[in-house]
Structure formats: structure tokens, C-alpha cells
Design a protein around this ligand. Structure first.
Ligand code: AHR
Length: 677
């Protein structure tokens, strides 16, 4: 093992300054060697001989409609239950979360089936019993009506504009106030008056207005009020911020967190969301395309909430395109958690999948491609990956159904890669597939050792798509450092096995804290705030890996507490080596990197560390950056060795480049805490 006098001198000085060793430096050195210093060596072959390309698609994102990730999350629609369908098709139905402003003497609200939209017949009928001043039953000064609180409060911000659309009908003239107010309605944040003659609204009419907020409240609501007696119907009420990502309806702050991970693929829309507890409640793409006001919406019975399906099949492809990720569409294969379609009857599902593919990539004159084109995207989306179901391999009809899908899709679209639900990590598959899906949720210590799960996977079969992984249960709480470090070790193993592991994504991606159906998650948010859990930040250490080159490296030392890997990548035409190492132990580790390379010496350029004082620490709304990567720049001299400190409970990365390339880069991103070494 190579040791450096300069290095030990530095350690001594540091410990001396911290007052944690004797004033006698020789004692200090001896103590440090015996007690604090654990050294390991990473033998790194940077020559061309043992390099291996890492797939372009290796690291991506799995977006599932779970935890209100989409409805009340990424999808920026502010109104919840905008079509009044969530209460079911039997009338009168529950209008939750809509609420009534006024009492039974002044207003009567009920649902009926009078909507002009065939696939969502429920509308809200409001009978205003009071009238303007002077009548025998005068309305309260603020009027009576209904309000929608959105998803646990709307985030209305001063100076921002919101596009409000609704459908209305009345038997008389209308005089309505459409307003954003504070959560209890006491403060008006924006308001417009809508007046129309009976003749203008005797049939359903669409109204659109822009509300500009003159105040801020992240728990605001949208309300319709009036002081005019009469009968009014409402349907399909939408309020969306004018400022969404590329104007496509995605919440800016949440999508930015996705983009920052540089995802190479986007798996969607589930998960169990695709399956449903019952087939009748599964995500069926045809119900989610076309004009938003005509979509029926559906109750996702696995995660137990209604979605208006504003974030539908088209929007998922748009999302993938907008974040620069390849779409991976998971479709229902005729199997839910509790019921299934026998293989002999599965053809309608097969046709539905073929149609869904045509929707994405058929030309604008094709039957379904034309629907996409009419929605504003005449160019096909680049769909190259589909998954036949989710976690259904053990179901009796899975294999039979799968083969029907496989044959039909390969016949029409031979280039599409098909993902099977059956695990082939330790034994060959009994059916054809391009990828096999692999999900793992476990404890940190288990995931740590599972970094070897693919060491012995047959190299001649389908590639692994690790589409869901996470440390969960008590080890993770709601997303702590311990979980993240277990995941980091697992990812290092996947990176090393990326000749057989083709795609990797964490799950779940998002959680709205008002509906934590599944914890932990990578990104935590409410209507106005968000933060990444340590698991999110671990993924950020792998943003350079997709399409990079794996270098052959061997760790000499105790691999039960440290795992490391090395890649080389290019950015701005310059070559870098990146070493990543996780230390799950309680002591600092000194990692000596011994590079075997014939040409110029490498220099440390950038160091990044994710750690915290307690391995159970978590980020929170009150302390969102407690555990985020700490970046620092460093230059080394010719004489310095590549000797790095891995703090206790940490993930570190070290970007190296050769002397010819040294430049100082500004680190401007706001989340980064920058310090000098
Ligand atoms: O990620 C949460 C759930 O875990 C997914 O819906 C499912 O595929 C898995 O069981």
C-alpha cells in the first residue's frame, strides 16, 4: 500500500488544530494510524484496454401517478375534481373537494347528468335562492356559490397570471364573480366579473379569463359567487398558471428537479397505477387523450384517489420530450391485482397497446397519429420501449398474454424494445424479451450487498431494467441518509454491471406530503415548496454515467463498508475521470487511488460529498438542504498523490482531469453549498 508523508503531515496538522491529538506530532501520527486512519486503495486502470461503454440509457426516471405525483403535483392544474365526476356517476353525487358558500336559505347545490360532454355527464347545478339588495331574501354581501380548494390549497402568487376556463349554463342572466381568495375566503387575491344575458348562456358556453394575483397565498381557493337569484350549471372548471414548463402544463419547480437528474428515459405512468386493483380502475390510455374537458377521469383504486387525467397519454410523451428522455410506456396487459383477462380474450388489450403505440409514433394521417397531431404534436414521439404490464409475472395468464403482445408489437414495430415483468437476473427467461423488469425495495444493508445482484447474470440474455429500487421501511423513515447510502452502493454495482443492466430508475419519484401513500420518495413537495431527499441527491451523482465509459477498478480493502467505481466521461470536449465511493462505516476512510496510465498525470478538479452528522438525518421543509451534495474545487500539484478522504456515512465523487485541461469552473447552481478544501 502506498502512503504519503505529505498526506500524513496534513492529517496530523488537521487533528492538531482540532485539538483532538497530543501536541507531540509523532504521537499524533501514531494514534491516527492505529485508531482513526483506515486506508484503502482503488487500483484504477485508465488505459484503453479494459474500458467498457456504459449504455446511453442507463439512468432515468420512473414517474408514477402515486402520492399525487401528477394530479396535485407535476401537472399544474389547480382545480381538483374539475368535472365533478369524482363522486361517481350516480346522482346526486358527492362534489368533494368543492364546497358551498352560503347556507340552505340562500343556495342549493346538487349534481345532475346534464353536461354537454358525453364521456363525463355529471355537472354541478346551483340554485341561488337569495337575491340582490332589496329582495326579501338578500344574499350575503360576498355572495353565495361554490369554491374549490385545489389539492390542499392552491399556490397563488402575487404578480402571476392564471388561465381560468369553465363551462356554464343558466336559465336566466348571470352575474358571477370568479376569484382566487385566501383559504377562508376572507382575502381576495384576484377577481373578475362575468356577466351574460340568458340568451348567451341558455346552452352550455365556454368562458375563459385570465386572473392576475395581487397577493400571495399557498393555500388559496378558486370560487364562483353571485348575488343574483337563479339557476346556474357549471362543468369542467380549470385554473392553470400561465407560467408552466414550455407552456405544456408542468409545474416549473418540480420538472426542474427531474431535468437536473439528466434522465435518459422516462418510465410512465406506473407501477400499480397501470394495473389497478381491478381492471375497471386501471389506467386506460384512450380515456386520457383528446380535449381535456372531454376526458372522463378515473379513480386509481391502488393509490386511492381520483385523477381528472389532465396528465394523460399525450402529456406523458410530451413530458419525456421536454426533459430530453426516451419514453418507456408501461401498458396494462389485461391483468390487475384482482382480476385478469384470459389469454384467449386478450386481443382487445393487444389492439389497445398497438393503437397507443400508433398514437405516439404513427404519422399524422394515421388513425391514432391524427389524434396526436390534433393535440398539437404532428411529429411522432420517439417511442422505442414498452413494458408489458407491471409486476405481473406471477399471474396465471401473464406469459400467455405477454406472448400475444410481444408477437403483435414485434410484427408491426420490430425496432421497439419489449420489457418483460419476469426476472432473469439469475436464470434465463422462458420467453423472448429485450429487457426484463427488476424491482427491489429492501433494507439498506440488504441493498448494499445486492450491488452484486447482476454479477452472475447471463450476458447473452435480455438486459435488466431495474425500473424500481429503493431502501424502505424503518431504515428509510421518510427518506434519510442511511437509505441513500444503501442505494448508492447498489447503483455502483449496477454501473459496474452495465453490460447487462441497461436501465435504472428509483421509485417513487414524487410525494405530495398531503397524501403520503408510499414512503420514502425522491422529491417531496406541497403546493409551493419542495426538497430532494438524500435518495434524490444520490441519483445526482450518476448524471455523468449514462453514455460514459466504465473503467476497470479494484478496491483493495474492506468492501463491507466501502464500495467504489470509476468512469471516464467527456464534457465540453474535455476528458474526465470520475471516482465515486460510498463509505457506510462510522470512520473516515482514506482512499488512495492508484492510476495505471501511461500518459499525463490526473489532477483533482472537483470533489462532491453527501453526508450528515447522523445517518438517520433527513431533509425537511424547514431544513431542505441539510443533506445535499457539498461541492468544492481543488487543484493539486505535481507531487500530490490521489489520496482522498471518505467521511463516515458518505457518498463522494472526485472528478479528475489531466493538467492540460485545468480551468476553474464557476459552480453557480443554487442548491450547491460550495466550500474550499
Ligand atoms: O413504487 C411504488 C410501487 O411499488 C409501484 O407502483 C409498484 O410497481 C411497486 O410495487
Amino acid at each position: 500500500m502506498k502512503t504519503s508523508w505529505k498526506f500524513f503531515t496534513s492529517v496530523c496538522i488537521l487533528l492538531f488544530l482540532l485539538g483532538s491529538c497530543s501536541v507531540y506530532q509523532n504521537h499524533c501520527l501514531a494514534d491516527a494510524q492505529e485508531d482513526a486512519i483506515v486506508m484503502m486503495t482503488l487500483q484504477l486502470d485508465a488505459s484503453n484496454v479494459t474500458r467498457r461503454p456504459i449504455p446511453d440509457t442507463l439512468f432515468g426516471i420512473f414517474f408514477e401517478e402515486i402520492n399525487h405525483a401528477g394530479a396535485g403535483g407535476l401537472w399544474a392544474e389547480l382545480v381538483s375534481n374539475r368535472g365533478f365526476e369524482a363522486g361517481g356517476q350516480n346522482i346526486p353525487s358527492n362534489i368533494w373537494p368543492w364546497s358551498i358558500i352560503g347556507d340552505e336559505s340562500s343556495v342549493y347545490v346538487v349534481t345532475d347528468r346534464s353536461s354537454c360532454f358525453e364521456r363525463n355527464k355529471i355537472a354541478l347545478k346551483m340554485e341561488v335562492l337569495c337575491d340582490s339588495i332589496g329582495s326579501s331574501n338578500t344574499c350575503p354581501s360576498g355572495g353565495v356559490g361554490v369554491y374549490n380548494p385545489g389539492y390542499w390549497g392552491m399556490n397563488i402568487e402575487e404578480g402571476k397570471k392564471y388561465n381560468v376556463v369553465f363551462f356554464v349554463r343558466s336559465t336566466g342572466d348571470i352575474d358571477l364573480s370568479v376569484s382566487f381568495t385566501s383559504s377562508n375566503g376572507s382575502l381576495t387575491l384576484a377577481s373578475e366579473n362575468i356577466k351574460a344575458l340568458a340568451s348567451e348562456v341558455s346552452n352550455w358556453t365556454r368562458r375563459e379569463l385570465i386572473l392576475e394575483a395581487n397577493g400571495t397565498d399557498n393555500g388559496a381557493r378558486l370560487q364562483f359567487t353571485t348575488t343574483k337569484k337563479g339557476l346556474i350549471w357549471f362543468d369542467q372548471v380549470s385554473a392553470i398558471p400561465m407560467d408552466t414548463y414550455k407552456g405544456h402544463g408542468f409545474r416549473n419547480d418540480l420538472i426542474q428537479m427531474m431535468i437536473d437528474l439528466k434522465p435518459r428515459f422516462l418510465r410512465f405512468p406506473g407501477g400499480c397505477f397501470v394495473e389497478g386493483d381491478w381492471l375497471g380502475n386501471a389506467f386506460r390510455w384512450k380515456e386520457t387523450v383528446g380535449a381535456w374537458e372531454e376526458r372522463p377521469g378515473h379513480y386509481g383504486d391502488v393509490w386511492k384517489y381520483w385523477t381528472d387525467d389532465g396528465l394523460g397519454h399525450f402529456e406523458f410523451f410530451q413530458l419525456a420530450e421536454d426533459i430530453g428522455a426516451a419514453p418507456v410506456w408501461v401498458f396494462n396487459n389485461g391483468i390487475s391485482h384482482n382480476d385478469q383477462v384470459e389469454t384467449q380474450n386478450v386481443m382487445p388489450f393487444v389492439q389497445e397497446a398497438l393503437d397507443g403505440i400508433e398514437f405516439a409514433r404513427g404519422d399524422a394521417n394515421s388513425t391514432w397519429g391524427s389524434v396526436r397531431a390534433a393535440m398539437g404534436h404532428p411529429e411522432p414521439f420517439e417511442l422505442k420501449y414498452v413494458a408489458v404490464g407491471n409486476e405481473d409475472c406471477g399471474m396465471p395468464y401473464y406469459r400467455g398474454n405477454y406472448l400475444e403482445f410481444y408477437d403483435a408489437i414485434k410484427k408491426t414495430y420490430p425496432d421497439i424494445k419489449i420489457i418483460s415483468n419476469c426476472d432473469a437476473s439469475s436464470q434465463p427467461l422462458d420467453h423472448p424479451a429485450d429487457y426484463f423488469d427488476y424491482h427491489i425495495y429492501t433494507l439498506a444493508s440488504d441493498l448494499y450487498v445486492r450491488s452484486h445482484d447482476f454479477d452472475n447474470t447471463p450476458r447473452n440474455g435480455p438486459k435488466a431494467f431495474v425500473s424500481e429500487y429503493a431502501v424502505n421501511k424503518t431504515d428509510a423513515n421518510t427518506g434519510n441518509l442511511l437509505a441513500a447510502l444503501g442505494e448508492a452502493a447498489f447503483l455502483l454495482g449496477l454501473e459496474k454491471n452495465s453490460d447487462v443492466v441497461g436501465m435504472v430508475s428509483y421509485a417513487p419519484l414524487f410525494v405530495n406530503t398531503n397524501d403520503r401513500r408510499w414512503i420514502p420518495d425522491a422529491i417531496v413537495f406541497n403546493s409551493s415548496h419542495l426538497y430532494g431527499t438524500p435518495s434524490y441527491w444520490v441519483q445526482q451523482f450518476f448524471t455523468e454515467s449514462s453514455g460514459a465509459t466504465l473503467l476497470n477498478s479494484t478496491l483493495m480493502g474492506n468492501s463491507s463498508i466501502v464500495k467504489a467505481s470509476a468512469i471516464s466521461f467527456q464534457t465540453n470536449g474535455k476528458d474526465y475521470i470520475q471516482i465515486k465511493a460510498v463509505n457506510i462505516g462510522e470512520k473516515s476512510i482514506y482512499l488512495d487511488v492508484a492510476v495505471t496510465r501511461s500518459i499525463a498525470k490526473f489532477y483533482l478538479f472537483k470533489k462532491k460529498v453527501l453526508t450528515s452528522t447522523n445517518v438517520m438525518d433527513e431533509n425537511s421543509f424547514s431544513n431542505p438542504e441539510m443533506i445535499v451534495p457539498q461541492e468544492s474545487l481543488m487543484e493539486m500539484t505535481e507531487e500530490d498523490d490521489l489520496m482522498f478522504v471518505l467521511p463516515p456515512h458518505s457518498l463522494s465523487s472526485f472528478d479528475l482531469k489531466d493538467s492540460a485541461n485545468i480551468i476553474k469552473m464557476p459552480l453557480a447552481e443554487p442548491y450547491k453549498k460550495t466550500s474550499t478544501i
